[in-house]
Ligand binder design. Structure first.
Ligand SMILES: [Zn+2]
Length: 236
């Protein structure tokens, strides 16, 4: 009996310390991401640190079978994606290590019905929920943004999806409800759509979610076009 209790105790401690490790790793990635955005770290140092941290995270991630995605906006489908057949996506010249000064638009803007720009859906008069497209873990976010800020993402979230070894990125939110280290399930409400971010805040910008997907190439995030995944996604 004593042995069983001891074994259970060891198991509990290892589960708790594993969770603690994941939290620490995610907080470190978040701090690094902030430094990259602010341009306060050299590119080479940032690359080395990112690779080390992502290797730690890969070891701790639970590999569930990947399923199809869920569309990231509740009440909307792929017809809300800007451009024609997803041509709003352009990754030429983009580099994650360029931070806030990055070029291109490696993303799809998904527009909500908000003519008066109050961040409420004109049909429901409610905020629009931003949903995690798949199971994952939050590795970075910003839950504060002021209109004087030149940061373009506003209140954003990065999620790592261990099953597919990819990241998804959700920007311009009005409010976010997760923090680094949080595990999220597919369809979980992680934010509500907003107008935060240097350009998204301006009157000329219709209210939208800026959504990106990144794969890991040599352990650094490289964007890819997720248009087909978004088109095929289930909707809520
Ligand atoms: Zn965008």
């Amino acid at each position: 009996m004593k042995k069983i209790i001891l074994l259970l105790g060891v198991l509990c401690i290892s589960v708790v310390s594993k969770a603690q490790d994941v939290k620490t790793t995610c907080n470190n990635i978040n701090n690094l991401n902030t430094a990259i955005l602010n341009g306060s770290i050299k590119r080479r140092d940032a690359a080395v640190q990112f690779k080390t941290l992502i290797e730690q995270l890969k070891k701790t991630g639970d590999k569930t079978q990947p399923s199809g995605w869920l569309f990231p906006l509740k009440g909307y489908k792929s017809s809300a994606i800007g451009g024609t057949n997803g041509n709003g996506y352009s990754d030429k010249g983009y580099n994650f290590l360029d931070g806030n000064k990055h070029a291109a638009h490696p993303a799809h803007d998904i527009f909500i019905n908000d003519r008066n720009q109050d961040c409420l859906d004109d049909r429901t008069h409610q905020p629009v929920d931003v949903l995690a497209v798949d199971d994952g873990i939050v590795i970075a976010c910003a839950n504060e943004w002021e209109p004087v800020s030149n940061l373009r993402g506003g209140k954003f979230i990065w999620i790592y999806h261990p099953a597919q070894n990819i990241f998804t990125y959700y920007a311009h939110n009005q409010a976010i409800f997760v923090k680094p280290g949080d595990e999220v399930k597919q369809g979980q409400k992680i934010a509500v759509v907003g107008r935060t971010g240097y350009n998204a805040y301006k009157k000329r910008s219709p209210t939208h979610l800026h959504f990106s997907a990144f794969k890991l190439v040599d352990d650094l995030p490289v964007p890819y076009n997720p248009y087909l995944q978004l088109k095929k996604a289930k909707t809520l």
